[in-house]
Design a protein around this ligand. Structure first.
Ligand SMILES: *Cc1c(COP(=O)(O)O)cnc(C)c1O
Length: 307
């Protein structure tokens, strides 16, 4: 972490901060740099996937908030392309959702040429569907825009795992600009922030539900006074108890550290270093291709192996 991030975390450690107020400050800063309505700091992208799914399942219904991950008798299906399944989708299942796979992994199986197509999501929608999960990489199919269109035609939210899609600064806004409802980013990969920190951002009502399931809820309703732009108190009849996200607590040190790293990153403070590291990688890549070429030319065994 840059010295400035370490210093901010150290300062936070000796301060007493109101956590819901701190998350409200974070939500405004995240909104500014991502273009999302609002955002929230979690203990990582995986925690963001669990909290985002919990928000999709429960919204602002305190009864459902209290019983997750038990989804007996309520709609709980998230549609996902088979190609997008990975170890991190355990985090979606932890909230109580059931993943419904669509498409086939035919290219990897060596048994076909087609990737998952948008109509396959539509064909899987039933009364039990609550949303769509999408893992974003440079080569993800079908295009996210098509998946959003299908989901929104059916009033379903789209949750995007973009954990590893930074440090491209443009990606901070890209998924929100496309219209996704929730997107998660990890902060400990290349962003030089605290190791157990991440962001979830998107639609205001869903982030309010995220906050309700994440923050300390040992409060009296009468005197509870959350910032209205983070949690609109008028939208709920009572305070749910500690939510499914309670175990993913974000510390004040991590929140302050992430916000400092977010400012540095979004202002381009890492750009020079990224360019010089890219230079090293290109040097290695070029050297490897020269080696491959000369081995191929001069050594018949290597040529056979490479072909
Ligand atoms: C790293 C990663 C995660 C988890 O991120 P954490 O911030 O470590 O929780 C989730 N999804 C993908 C695709 C990742 O690469």
């Amino acid at each position: 972490m840059p010295d400035e991030v370490v210093q901010a975390m150290s300062d936070a450690a000796s301060a007493s901060l109101n956590m819901v107020e701190l998350q409200a400050v974070a939500s405004r800063q995240i909104a500014e740099v991502t273009g999302a309505e609002t955002g929230h700091i979690t203990s990582g992208a995986a925690a963001g996937l669990t909290l985002g799914t919990a928000a999709i399942l429960a919204g602002m219904n305190p009864g459902i908030l209290d019983r997750l991950p038990d989804t007996t008798g309520i709609a709980n299906e998230m549609i996902i392309s088979r190609e997008h399944r990975n170890g991190y989708d355990h985090s979606i299942r932890v909230a109580g959702a059931k993943l419904i796979d669509v498409g086939m992994n035919e290219q990897v199986a060596g048994a076909g040429v087609r990737r998952t197509e948008a109509w396959e999501y539509e064909a899987a929608i039933t009364d039990s569907t609550v949303g769509v999960a999408y893992s974003a990489t440079k080569t993800s199919q079908p295009p996210l825009e098509e998946v959003i269109r299908v989901a929104h035609e059916h009033g379903l939210p789209v949750l995007v795992d973009a954990a590893a899609q930074l440090p491209s600064i443009a990606n901070l806004r890209r998924f929100i600009d496309m219209g996704v409802d929730l997107v998660v980013f990890s902060w400990d990969k290349a962003l030089r922030g605290p190791q157990s920190a991440g962001i979830i951002c998107g639609k205001r009502e869903l982030i309010a539900s995220v906050a309700l399931q994440h923050l300390d809820m040992d409060e009296y309703f009468e005197i509870w006074d959350p910032p209205e732009d983070l949690i609109p108190k008028s939208a709920i009849k009572g305070i749910p108890r500690h939510g499914v996200g309670r175990g993913f607590k974000a510390s004040k040190e991590n929140i302050v550290g992430l916000l400092t790293a977010l400012r540095l990153f979004s202002q381009g403070a890492y750009a020079d270093e990224a360019a010089s590291q890219r230079g090293y990688l290109e040097y290695i890549a070029d050297s490897i291709s020269v080696c491959r070429l000369s081995l191929g030319l001069f050594c018949p065994m290597a040529r056979a192996a490479l072909s």
